[in-house]
Design a protein around this ligand. Structure first.
Ligand code: TYD
Length: 204
């Protein structure tokens, strides 16, 4: 089973992934967790290029293809073999991020993005995707609180994030069974309980 998490930066999805993983392991499921971009030596190198603030000259198409290149390595080397051996794979971001960030956010035509996503994932579609939604004001607040300096993607501005968030809602509309919107502006344990209820219903 492939479970993916999506959300704007600082949505809390990494915390929720940890809680879900712990819970699944308590129930003796064999789980692996990977993050995008990254998760293989090649993909981690591509991640550094993508997030490096010095790479201001990167074109939007180069950005799209680099995210996709990192993904296809991860899918081939890690995700498909793990699924084939019966593991539960949890992925922190997947191709819905490309649709929302590069397609809806940057404005690259969605039909092209769709084709590239299909190619890069080798047609491997998540069983469930949790989109942890928080309002933009909360993203800005959490960025400030974290005192971390923004990476290249996080320096894209509010108008960009507004489009990305809308992009995620558009995916939810077109694939309501797979792509679930979770209100992330609540207590951590309340969000975790909702996610666990849904996952446990889907476990065999
Ligand atoms: P990361 O530090 O992993 O952020 P987060 O913890 O929020 O996932 O950085 C990943 C960044 O790359 C994030 O800003 C979202 C962006 N991204 C895309 O634009 N397209 C993609 O396909 C993926 C996977 C990520």
């Amino acid at each position: 089973m492939l479970i993916t998490f999506e959300g704007l930066d600082f949505s809390g999805k990494t915390t929720q992934i940890k809680l879900l993983t712990d819970k699944l392991r308590q129930h003796s499921y064999d789980v692996i967790v990977v993050r995008e971009p990254g998760g293989t030596p090649i993909s981690e190198k591509i991640r550094d290029i993508l997030l490096d603030k010095k790479n201001l000259e990167m074109t939007q198409i180069a950005e799209l293809l680099l995210f996709s290149a990192a993904r296809t390595q991860l899918v081939s080397q890690i995700i498909i073999p793990a699924l084939q051996s019966g593991k539960i794979v949890i992925c922190d971001r997947y191709d819905d991020s490309t649709t929302a960030y590069q397609g809806c956010g940057r404005g690259i035509p969605l039909d092209a993005v769709k084709q590239i996503n299909k190619l890069a994932t080798l047609g491997t579609i998540p069983d469930i995707t949790f989109f942890i939604d928080i309002p933009l004001s909360e993203v800005a607040h959490r960025l400030k609180e974290s005192k971390a300096s923004a990476d290249r993607m996080e320096s894209s501005g509010d108008a960009f994030y507004e489009k990305v968030r809308k992009g995620f809602f558009d995916i939810a509309k077109s694939e309501p069974e797979r792509f679930l919107v979770i209100d992330g502006n609540r207590r951590i344990d309340t969000v975790a309980d909702e996610i666990w209820k849904i996952v446990s219903l889907n476990l065999s």
